[in-house]
Design a protein around this ligand. Structure first.
Ligand code: C2E
Ligand code: CA
Ligand code: CA
Ligand code: CA
Length: 279
């Protein structure tokens, strides 16, 4: 047994070494990615369910890695956050998203296509985020009302004065703030009053199981009630079936994002989608 224990130890230790080597290789490649122009934004439509029209889009980061092909954000965002690289990457994301928003909105006669950008907590903590966003809006000629910032509940939990001030300043510029993955974080709702939040995104883990799972269906209804009581707008994420979409609309959530309406696609393809819609 002792012998086996030692073998086990060696096995795990080798595995750990392989893993940390992989992690290090990823970090090294990530440090060069921006300069090598390996990042790309994909765009997924947000749909007004009743009319079927595109009213917005979420910008989702893709990494076209030279050797490995496309790497998805779930693999590299955590590394980018741990290393602080997310601050520079996030700046690139904001600038690219704003450039796209300007292109798609400046000549439109009716309604905007709002571009939503995901922000990591690190971007609030490390950086002059407000100053950066002001500069980027200016440089790209993007109006604040064309941009939406998606943050997660965890950013609001420790009731940080600095975070409150930054969000208030961003809201003051005219930016919309949306709570991503709503319902998955710690369930104190008082922050919805204190922070200048205007939208909730119902997390896919709830949407996935409606309408058949009664518990999830009740939770979705409860989230819709909260949004209505606090005058917040709603987006449901991960909508994959017509039944889910019908249920959401019938219960008061009028905006959906998910594979039913379209996967994330490159900017040029998204632009064609907008043109086909004649807007
Ligand atoms: P998220 O913000 O919750 O984004 C939604 C994710 O769900 C996206 O995955 C999207 O492709 C996927 N999705 C959309 N509709 C459906 C559906 O109907 N079914 C299913 N199964 N999935 C759907 P993606 O693009 O892989 O992004 C994963 C996460 O990476 C995002 O989750 C977000 O947290 C993070 N992320 C992506 N881009 C950025 C970025 O620019 N900055 C930061 N900080 N994080 C990002
Ligand atoms: Ca998001
Ligand atoms: Ca989300
Ligand atoms: Ca999610």
């Amino acid at each position: 047994a002792k012998q086996q224990g030692r073998n086990n130890f060696q096995f795990y230790s080798e595995e750990l070494t392989v893993r940390s080597a992989e992690r290090m290789a990823l970090e090294i490649a990530l440090r060069k990615a921006r300069k090598n122009e390996e990042f790309e934004l994909y765009f997924q439509p947000q749909i007004d369910i009743a009319s079927g029209r595109i009213i917005g889009t979420e910008a989702l980061l893709r990494w076209n890695q030279k050797d490995q092909g496309m790497i998805m954000p779930d693999r590299f965002i955590p590394v980018a956050e741990e290393t602080g690289l997310i601050v520079g990457i996030g700046e690139w994301v904001l600038e690219s998203a704003c450039r796209a928003a300007t292109k798609w909105n400046q000549d439109r006669k009716q309604g905007n296509v709002k571009v939503a950008v995901n922000l990591s907590s690190r971007q609030f903590i490390q950086n002059d985020l407000v100053g950066d966003i002001v500069r980027i809006l200016e440089a790209t000629q993007c109006k604040a009302e064309w941009l939406k910032l998606e943050i997660t509940e965890s950013l609001l939990l420790d009731d940080d004065q600095d975070i409150l001030e930054k969000l208030t300043a961003l809201h003051g510029l005219g930016l919309e703030i949306s709570i991503d993955d709503f319902g998955t974080g710690y369930s104190s709702l008082s922050y919805l009053h204190r922070f200048p939040v205007s939208q909730l995104k119902i997390d896919r883990s709830f949407v996935r199981d409606i309408p058949t799972n009664e518990d999830k269906a009740e939770l979705v209804k409860a989230m819709i009630s909260i949004a209505q009581a606090l005058h917040l707008t709603l987006v449901a994420e991960g909508v994959e079936t017509q039944e889910q979409s019908n249920y959401l609309l019938a219960n008061g959530c009028g905006v959906a994002q998910g594979y039913l309406y379209g996967r994330p696609i490159p900017a040029t393809a998204f632009e064609e989608l907008l043109q086909r819609q004649g807007i």
